[in-house]
Design a protein. Structure first.
Length: 592
């Protein structure tokens, strides 16, 4: 018998999950990949599993590492090939079950597109010397296999080839890489369908709007069925969570929501649209926060009905939340990834230690769901090993990032080597709920890359992309940035710094940037000059708020920040960003 170290990987993870136009698409992409990995684990049978940890595969990552004993390499190839075929057979069966009864689609083309979207690849090395050297060889091989892409020719429809799905049709709205499988005659033509009957029928049959096109992969994501515990709220709902938290818990408020729903149905809204959130709210029930934005009524009505629907929203909002209150249209995407995990694994000397490391990662992934969903009112999309993706409301996202960072270090304490300690870098993108989801996800990935660029990592980067104004990004060590922003939020809430301070500092940053050479020629110490000028600006802005006797010592951390390179600009951006979080916290507590 020969012993082999094997790694199986299913992908592409980021591309598959991120190809999303709605929140449901995100959840579905993650859930489908998890199901496939679990199927791999089920079919492997008796093997010595190393990663993920064998006793906890609730949300498995997209790779599986194990050792197996076989008589020959040929037997190993046959064994893995059987697993691969069973995974694809399972996928085929699931797709047919989920899409049974969907009219006018060619299931063979749908299945060909879905099969083409997934990659199943694996590598193996025989364990001859020691575990460390063979694991390093395995890592090199899997990297080489990843870069060896499979390019299958796509034949046109009507061909006898099994992957014949190419056609001269509109591309999918999710990623633009595959043709739509929904017949064009199902869509309303411009100018027709004034009563929206055809548009409603399109949504009922295919779960799409009239401007959407879906390929087989997109259709699978829309029709994937979740467990009862799963939810897929809209980005509008996540943005509205601070306001929802402050809803009046009274019989009058509950009756107002009940009347609101009834009248919308009377206007022609499908009742199922009002039950899309899994968790039952004490006042709103299962209604998505989407309905708290009166401008979104245009998605369901037009003409006189639209104006009536908007009026109903205003009337309900006044009774449930109070006069003059409206949801903030921004939410956040949190994306996290462990730092230098490969280097930490390089220091692992044997299978048992590697398995213990896998156990620690599994325990972290298990705790993430509770932290995100229960403690901080967010919506976890994926937590596999050291990777986390979640939608978060603005009033809790900073605290969530800080706790995730601490929890990761706690769970992986004791691992690492020399100067490398386990840490996780976190990117947060603050996005408008109407921004295309793919653009918002790209902003989250950019924020994560910025967090990874923090010296020594353990970084946090926050990117704010407002619909008006410039994009702002700040980054630092997670705990330092979170606690500094918390101080700024506290100063803002107490009115201790004028709102104009940020813009005065931004102007100073521009002047310093343009005057660097002049400053050096004059023989002035740039850091000292910056510190003195920042102190002058802050002191003036504190006096403007009425804090005449305020001690400048409490702003010590801010003065320390400006000593760093580009510190003035960072402080100015942090003041602007802190105000966004301040407004969300105020709204969650019922302030206007």
């Amino acid at each position: 018998m020969k012993k082999y170290l094997v790694q199986i990987q299913i992908g592409p993870v980021q591309d598959f999950i991120a190809a999303a136009r709605r929140e449901r698409d995100l959840h579905s992409g993650s859930a489908i990949l998890c199901k496939l990995v679990k199927k791999v684990l089920d079919e492997l049978g008796v093997v010595s599993l190393i990663f993920p940890y064998p006793e906890d595969v609730i949300t498995p990552p997209n790779k599986v590492i194990f050792t197996i004993e076989v008589n020959s390499p040929e037997e190993l190839v046959e064994r893995i090939s059987e697993v691969r075929e069973k995974v694809y057979s399972f996928l085929d069966k699931k797709v047919r079950e989920l899409l049974r009864g969907v009219d006018k689609i060619d299931l063979d083309i749908v299945l060909a597109q879905i099969k083409d979207a997934f990659e199943f690849y694996w590598v193996a090395v025989e364990i001859k010397e020691n575990y460390v050297s063979e694991r390093i060889r395995l890592n090199y091989l899997i990297k080489a296999r990843k870069f060896t892409r499979d390019f299958r020719q796509v034949a046109l429809e009507g061909s006898k080839k099994t992957n014949a799905w190419g056609a001269n049709k509109p591309k999918s709205s999710l990623d633009g890489s595959r043709e739509s499988v929904i017949p064009e005659e199902e869509y309303p033509k411009p100018g027709e369908d004034q009563d929206r009957k055809k548009a409603k029928e399109l949504f009922r049959k295919y779960r799409i709007r009239e401007n959407e096109r879906l390929c087989g992969v997109g259709l699978l994501k829309r029709f994937y069925r979740f467990d009862n515990s799963e939810a897929f709220p809209s980005t509008a709902h996540v943005a509205a969570l601070p306001l929802i938290k402050s809803a009046k818990n009274s019989d009058e408020a509950r009756q107002a929501v009940k009347d609101f729903k009834k009248k919308l149905v009377e206007l022609g809204l499908d009742e199922s649209e009002l039950r899309t959130v899994a968790a039952e709210h004490s006042v709103l029930g299962r209604m998505d926060g989407y309905f708290l934005f009166e401008e979104r009524m245009a998605d369901f009505f037009d003409g006189e009905k639209l104006e009536k629907a908007k009026s109903l929203v205003r009337e309900m909002m006044k009774k449930v939340f109070g006069e003059g209150r409206a949801p903030i249209p921004y939410y956040s995407i949190l994306l996290a990834d462990g730092d230098s995990i490969g280097k930490i694994i390089d220091g692992i000397k044997d299978e048992d230690s590697h398995r213990e490391f896998s156990k620690a990662l599994s325990e972290f992934a298990e705790s993430v769901r509770k932290i995100v969903n229960e403690t901080y009112e967010g919506y976890l999309i994926y937590a596999g090993g050291d990777d986390v993706l979640a939608l978060m409301p603005l009033h809790t996202v900073l605290e969530c990032a800080e706790e995730l960072s601490c929890e990761f270090k706690k769970k992986l304490e004791g691992f690492g080597k020399e100067s490398i300690s386990p840490s996780i870098s976190i990117g947060i993108a603050v996005c408008h709920y109407l921004e295309p989801l793919q653009n918002s996800l790209e902003n989250a990935r950019l924020a994560e890359r910025e967090a990874k660029s923090v010296s020594g990592k353990d970084g946090l980067a926050i990117l704010v992309d407002k619909r008006s104004g410039e994009t702002r990004i700040v980054k630092d060590k997670t705990l330092e940035l979170c606690r500094r922003l918390s101080e700024l939020i506290d100063f803002d809430r107490k009115g201790e710094i004028s709102h104009q301070a940020a813009y005065a500092l931004l102007e100073l940053a521009r002047v310093l940037e343009c005057s660097k050479e002049d400053i050096r020629l004059q023989g002035l110490h740039e850091r000292k000059l910056k510190s003195l000028e920042v102190r002058r600006i802050l002191k003036r802005k504190i006096l403007e708020t009425g804090g005449v006797g305020a001690e400048l010592e409490k702003f010590r951390k801010l003065f320390e920040l400006v000593k760093k390179e580009n510190g003035v600009r960072q402080l100015a951006d942090e003041l602007v960003i802190a105000r966004i979080f301040t407004n969300a916290k105020k709204q969650a507590e019922g302030e206007i």
